[in-house]
Design a protein around this ligand. Structure first.
Ligand SMILES: CC(C)CCC[C@@H](C)[C@H]1CC[C@H]2[C@@H]3[C@@H](O)C=C4C[C@@H](O)CC[C@]4(C)[C@H]3CC[C@]12C
Length: 382
């Protein structure tokens, strides 16, 4: 690749560095988080913070349990899920101008926070823990006990490079538990995760597009299938999707639109109205509340990364890189000490399951997924 081919979005003095970065990812196999990236693409935020994107519309999360029957509840689950996509996959573009490389969490790193009680919605809490460093795996638990809704899951990525695009396969799943209002029976929903394409690399302005399909499978037997497409597939628009809610081959509702914009019911809708709006992604997202850094524990993410994040934010990349090396060296020493003492690291909030039976039972309803997968569950609380 010539220097001229590297995009105009990259500052002139960084173009060669960006070209080198693209060359190195083209021949790289494994985990992108361990790669050195040019400074202007670094994010001051760790991957342990990302699970908070699941609940930036806490009202939608809490409302799920109020659905009067399993069809209405599945429709509410799909609406909440579609409502998370804009934050999950475009928030860095909005806040930092392009997709960025997040900080690679250390083993045992924690991100804790809450969306406070407001009106009748109840408090929602988030616990996120880095349960593996290599490969990086983050486990999370989000709960609104008053509303009777919780989400538990884990997330890892497998990346490969093809032509002009980084392909990211998301490894992991989430299980949503709902106690429908007025019922003592818990309902489960398995959520699988979409594949990502990181586009715009040649222009030095990376962004995420979603591809393939993801599924929501309820224990009551309903399936929501979401098919993702970029520019020119269903509608000619980027960030598009088409979803169906059904039981077996019987489609109850079809929804189409953009996950960054508006989506609508196609044909039949719950109210019977034509072109009823399903979700409007301009609905403001609510950030969670996190303790001030100086009151955080030693393993809390923003405390661990404060100097690195300050360096990245202020453009003092030398200071950022120096503190990042200090953290990495300390981690290496910690692992050596644990190995020598025969006391391996213990997870604080989660237990690891080799074979997640709840996943397997629900995944059996739709094809194309491995029969068994790892899982993480929140440890029982004292
Ligand atoms: C920007 C680039 C050239 C470096 C690559 C960084 C790479 C490791 C980043 C880029 C996008 C990141 C995704 C992000 O879009 C959203 C999510 C959803 C969240 O629920 C779980 C994490 C995940 C998949 C991020 C993982 C790290 C990615 C792939």
């Amino acid at each position: 690749m010539t220097e001229e081919e590297v995009g105009a979005a990259v500052p002139k003095e960084q173009r060669q560095g960006w070209g080198q970065f693209l060359k190195s990812i083209a021949t790289f196999s494994g985990d992108l988080s361990s790669m050195t990236a040019p400074s202007f693409i670094l994010s001051p935020v760790s991957l342990t913070e990302y699970p908070s994107y699941w609940c930036e519309h806490p009202e939608e999360f809490a409302a799920i349990a109020q659905g009067k029957d399993q069809i209405e509840r599945m429709t509410l689950v799909l609406k909440w899920f579609i409502g998370t996509l804009k934050g999950q996959y475009t928030a860095r573009n909005t806040s930092m101008g392009s997709e960025k490389k997040p900080l690679n969490p250390v083993l045992g790193e924690l991100f804790l926070g809450k969306w406070p009680e407001k009106g009748s919605r109840g408090e929602t809490t988030l616990v996120s823990e880095q349960v593996s460093h290599h490969p990086p795996v983050t486990a999370y638990h989000i709960e609104n006990a008053k509303a009777g809704v919780s989400l538990e899951g884990h997330n890892a990525q497998k990346t490969s490079f093809s032509g002009r695009t980084i392909q990211v396969k998301q490894v992991g799943h989430a299980i949503l538990r709902v106690k429908p209002q007025g019922s003592s029976e818990e309902e489960l929903y398995l959520l699988t995760l979409p594949n990502l394409l990181i586009e715009g690399l040649w222009y030095g302005s990376p962004y995420v597009e979603l591809s393939g399909s993801s599924y929501i499978q309820s224990s009551a037997g309903l399936t929501a299938t979401v098919n993702y497409a970029g520019k020119g597939y269903f509608s000619g628009k980027a960030h598009s999707f088409k979803a169906t809610i059904g039981s077996g081959s019987n489609a109850l509702y079809t929804i189409e639109g953009e996950w960054v914009g508006t989506s609508k019911f196609k044909g039949k809708s719950p109210s019977g109205k034509k072109d009823e709006v399903f979700w409007d992604a301009s609905t403001p997202r609510e950030e969670l509340e996190v303790q001030a850094i100086d009151s955080q524990g030693p393993m809390e993410s923003r405390n661990i990364w404060k100097h690195v994040a300050d360096g990245i934010r202020s453009g003092d990349y030398e200071a950022a890189s120096k503190d990042k090396s200090r953290i990495e060296n300390e981690q290496r020493q910690k692992r050596k000490d644990e190995a020598a003492a025969g006391t391996p690291h213990q997870l604080e909030y989660f237990v690891h399951l080799d074979d997640d039976k709840e996943y397997a039972e629900l995944a059996a309803h739709f094809g194309g997924k491995p029969a068994n997968e790892d899982g993480y569950r929140r440890k029982p609380r004292a």
